[in-house]
Write a protein that binds this ligand. Structure first.
Ligand SMILES: [Mg+2]
Length: 233
């Protein structure tokens, strides 16, 4: 994406809205996804699903979409069990509150898209006292990486995707969703495991990458300049 934007205007496009992922982005990761996948698919099933995936990663929700209703129901029960365990340990990501205050001061809108359930979003809003509107959970179909939820938020706001940024910790879900919608994308990469963008598929390469807990953009994949302090995560 070659466009520039800045907070200073001057003929350049303004960033008017940020849309966040929840688990691992606004909240500290607490769900043991590897254990969840094993519980749903079994060791052999998981190995087979990984082997069948070109990227080696498995999209569990899409995977069980093809199952017969009784098996699918059982799988959803297991997934929900892990998600509810995660709710008990829910913690806000350091810096998220300050970032929201900063966005409010700049009148930049904030929305949320998660593949988690609505009960988790409700608890997040209750516990941490910051609102994301709209906040779409997996009850909104199709979910990420489909661009539909992000396009829905842009439409609700009346803001074109080209003036919105999708932020999340998953190249496969968050970055792909943002790019398909035509938004800017920012990947939270706390561990630095995505520091080699060439290892990502084209539609998973974000415009920006940021390391959580450090007020710096650690890498740049595009030629945009984000204005100072935009993301103090
Ligand atoms: Mg996430």
């Amino acid at each position: 994406m070659a466009a520039n934007f800045s907070g200073g205007g001057g003929g350049r496009a303004m960033l008017k809205g940020l849309v966040f992922d929840m688990d691992g982005t606004l909240t500290v990761p607490v769900i043991d996804f590897a254990a969840m996948y094993r519980a749903v698919l079994g060791d052999e099933g998981l190995a087979a699903a990984r082997a069948a995936s070109p990227s080696g990663s498995v999209d569990i929700l899409h995977h069980i979409d093809t199952w017969a209703p009784p098996e699918q129901q059982k799988a959803y029960e297991i997934i929900t069990h892990f998600e509810r365990q995660g709710l008990d340990r829910l913690q806000i990501m350091p810096g998220a509150t300050e970032l929201c205050e900063y966005l409010d001061s700049k009148k930049i809108r904030r929305g949320l898209i998660t593949r988690n359930i609505k009960a988790a979003v409700d608890l997040f809003h209750q516990r941490f006292g910051m609102k994301f509107i709209p906040a779409l959970s997996r009850e909104f179909c199709p979910y990420k990486p489909d661009p539909a939820p992000l396009l829905h938020i842009c439409s609700t706001w009346g803001i074109p995707p080209s003036e919105v940024m999708m932020i999340g910790d998953s190249p496969r879900d968050d970055v792909v969703c943002g790019k398909r919608a035509g938004a800017f994308t920012c990947l939270l990469d706390e561990t630095g495991r995505h520091c080699f963008p060439e290892s990502l598929a084209d539609d998973q390469k974000p415009d920006f990458r940021v390391k959580v807990k450090k007020p710096l953009f650690m890498g740049r994949y595009g030629d945009m300049n984000l204005y100072d302090q935009m993301l103090l995560l």
